[in-house]
Design a protein around this ligand. Structure first.
Ligand SMILES: Cc1ncc(COP(=O)(O)O)c(C=O)c1O
Length: 442
């Protein structure tokens, strides 16, 4: 076996190259987002290394005491902000990612092995992993189906629920242009199978839900909801679950105790900072702009001759658009390669509902967080279309993309003269030095 000789200088060079490239790139992968530098700061600090288990601050339960001074940041910042913005009474911040939250929700609420879970057919946008995770937990799986790729068949749902009486309906949408009508689905569940719980995995919608742009699943009658905090929500790669039901909260806590040990305390603090910025520095405006920008961008691409799915319904009610570039004579992988050379990152993938082969999936969430406004969209649509058709030199298009990337991002304004910035930089520099300087508390 050959061992590559990579020095620390090489590592820093690769990271620097990537930063330089990223600073000129617009990421339009809808499952990803960015967050502020302030929110990333905890990942450099001592809190990154600490376990935290003593949520209740019991004096005899600080077996791991490194987090003792940090408890307030989870229990007084991240958790209450999630309860407030998520309109929940109880929150767990233990899950590490959307899939981890899915595993926790299915293991807690899916019933004993042999019970049935009903979830959204992947042909209607359900996450590819949900059936496999459920089966691994010993659960049977039945699917909610749709009359078309964007709507559920509620009559079929009622028949299915009456027949199989599942422990849980797990409502998830991974490929999603329009949110499922959770209120209507809950009504169907309550009438057809009253003892069934409803959990909504809102991973893709999470930022839009916290901003009130998409109905809150708990207001719509679901028993619990949750999902990743890094798709439409501009936060760390992590996930959460929320409920108003004390018994569900108790059951989740019991299960998470053996499914999750370290919940990545630093990322949890990052989440708190991101939530604070979201609440106080334009989160609702960002979410409204994501939806408006997505609809507008669908129309602009369509006007320029690209086949955008669901034109008859306004293209999207969220952050995703699906492009059938193969119908326009450009294979999705080639489309993605051409766009990447022009500084635009998109998904090409199998499994988009209604597609026979691969398609291109894009999102306006990260561009909007990066400060791309409605006024920028015609230029972005021009660059995008020229790149798709290979109709202009890629380096010239990449320069145009880089100019669009050069916008002030949303969130708390941090300038060179902000006192917060100098303290944050001292903290970061301290973390990088072999022997950190001792800083005065702010
Ligand atoms: C509905 C849903 N659940 C779970 C996940 C997995 O999330 P993560 O990548 O954070 O593990 C996704 C990712 O797309 C998703 O859409």
């Amino acid at each position: 076996m050959s061992h590559p000789v990579v020095t620390l200088d090489d590592v820093l060079r690769i990271l620097t190259d990537n930063e330089t490239h990223a600073a000129r790139t617009l990421n339009m992968v809808p499952s990803e987002n960015a967050m502020s530098g302030l929110a990333k700061l905890p990942l450099l600090l001592d809190c990154y290394h600490r376990y935290f288990f003593n949520e209740g601050d019991h004096s005899d339960r600080w077996h791991f005491r490194g987090a003792q001074r940090l408890r307030e940041l989870e229990m007084g910042l991240t958790v209450p902000l999630l309860e407030e913005l998520g309109r929940a009474r109880y929150v767990t911040v233990r899950p590490l990612s959307g899939l981890n939250a899915m595993t926790l929700a299915l293991a807690t609420l899916g019933g004993e092995p042999g019970s049935t879970v009903v979830t959204v057919d992947p042909c209607n946008g359900g996450h590819y992993a949900t059936p496999s995770v459920a089966r691994r937990l010993g659960l049977r799986v039945e699917f909610l189906l749709g009359q078309d790729p964007h709507d559920l068949d509620f009559d079929h749902a009622a028949d299915l629920l009456r027949r199989v009486r599942p422990a849980l309906v797990y409502v998830d949408q991974s490929h999603c242009l329009f949110p499922i009508d959770v209120a209507r689905l809950v009504d169907v569940v309550r009438a057809a199978s009253p003892s069934t719980l409803v959990h909504v995995d809102a991973s893709h919608w999470f930022g839009l839900v916290l901003a009130g742009v998409i109905p809150n699943p708990l207001d719509a009658g679901a028993d619990s909801f949750g999902g990743s905090t890094h798709k439409t929500f501009p936060g760390p790669q992590k996930a959460v679950l929320l409920t108003r039901d004390h018994d569900i909260e108790r059951r989740i806590r019991h299960t998470q105790d053996y499914l999750i040990s370290s919940h990545h305390l630093a990322a949890t603090i990052s989440l708190g900072i991101a939530l604070l910025e979201f609440r106080d520095h334009g989160g609702a405006d960002y979410a409204r702009a994501v939806v408006a920008n997505t609809k507008t961008f669908g129309r602009l691409l369509s006007e320029r001759g690209t086949t955008v799915v669901a034109a008859d319904r306004g293209y999207s009610a969220g952050h995703q658009l699906w492009l059938d570039t193969a119908a326009d004579g450009v294979a999705p992988k080639l489309a993605s390669d051409r766009l990447a050379r022009a500084g635009i990152t998109v998904n090409f993938m199998d499994g988009l509902p209604g597609f026979a082969g691969q398609g291109v999936r894009i999102g306006l969430n990260e561009p909007t967080y990066r400060g791309v406004t409605a006024a920028d969209l015609p230029e972005l649509a021009d660059v995008f279309t020229l790149a798709l058709r290979d109709a202009a030199p890629a380096d010239m298009l990449a320069d145009r993309t880089a100019r669009l990337r050069d916008r002030p991002r949303l969130g708390a304004p941090v300038h060179d003269d902000t006192p917060l910035l100098s303290l944050a930089m001292e903290l970061a520099a301290g973390a990088l030095r072999s022997r950190p300087a001792v800083l005065e508390p702010a």
